[in-house]
Design a protein around this ligand. Sequence first.
Ligand code: GLU
Length: 421
Amino acid sequence: MIKAAPKNSIWHTALHNFEQTAKRLKLEPEFKMKIQGPREMIETQLNPIISHNKLIQVTAFIVRHNYALGPAKGGIRMTPDVTIDDIAGLAMEMTWKTALIDVPFGGGKSGIRFDPKSVTIEDKEIIIRAFTRAMHRHIGPEIYVPAPDMGTTQSDMGHIRDCISYSEGTAITRGCYVTGKPVIVGGIVGRTEATGRGVVHTIIAACEKLNLDINDLTVAVQGFGNVGSVAALEIAKRGAKVIAISELAGTLYNPQGINVPALAEHIEKGGSTADFPHAEKIEHHALFELDCDILIPAAAQSQITAENAPKIKAKIIAEGANAPTTPDADEIINQKNIFVIPDILCNAGGVFVSYLEYTQETQREQWTLEEVNQRLAKRMTQRFLDVYQNARENQLTIRNAAMNIAVDRVAQATIARGLLP
Ligand code: GLU
């Protein structure tokens, strides 16, 4: 279905990790193919009319990778170069992530090939609504439930819900069509921060197992978007010293510790890492080479490669981003005995709270922030401990143990449903 994907692409990484797991679990070849392939790949051409009466062409995708455990779940990535293969790889990652964090969802993902920064927010809304109308029949509480991902935000999710209810002539949608919405229109409190918070819960659990005191540790964070900024703020609050933070505009370094709330405020007011005065500017690549205890890649895919992996000095890598480590780099990191908290575990807090939003909306419930945060902390910590124990018992890396548990769950659900149509 998918052409041979280029080395270091997301599909390549996802497929590699799956194939290794299928071998460990000894899946029969035909059964393996059933689980490996995306169930559905949709590509569509959007032709919205934006400002100045300009008609543009935008390619968009939805991939439903697997729905053995429930409706496909996963965000909408809006970047200028996203491909259907990337979306297939990310959808496959979602299948394992939802299975591992134990929510009744499958894996899916959407892509809109467009640079959201190149247009006004009004024009972005036109494109999001065009996507929603074109893909309406592929989105729904029992089919595929999108959420934010790179390049999309809470307000985009609000427009998706509005566009669907508007088309149906209703005030609300019949059930949960999209998560990560603004709280005032059916979103759940704490969803925006959930991924970053979840990253920190897994780090704290790892530190306890490794006998490390968080107050003694230094941290470098790649990316200061929704995941990186919350992870940096939360880990600093817990006592760690965040010594480096990078963003496209520049990489900051301060061995005494960066004042993360001050940086967040500076960026909120329209500043960037390039003009933040209280830290030194270093080259982007230097972030990975720093003497630090914890490295959090929370930017894009394929950032840790065979080239920079040998230079990493961190004891723990916590994968806030999806597929940040290429297979070659993973091998090097394992040889160096770096403790990796893999993406499907580390950043699963977002989709876990999406599940709470789904149930809240379905049952017309109202959750408090305290309840959401408590359930998030409990689930992230418990799943980390389950994976850790499995890794120790079977002498596996944390990534391999996480993949074994996730793929096995999907395999069990596939068998339980039965192989006949
Ligand atoms: N885009 C997020 C992820 O990669 C969230 C997905 C969701 O909540 O559906 O996990």
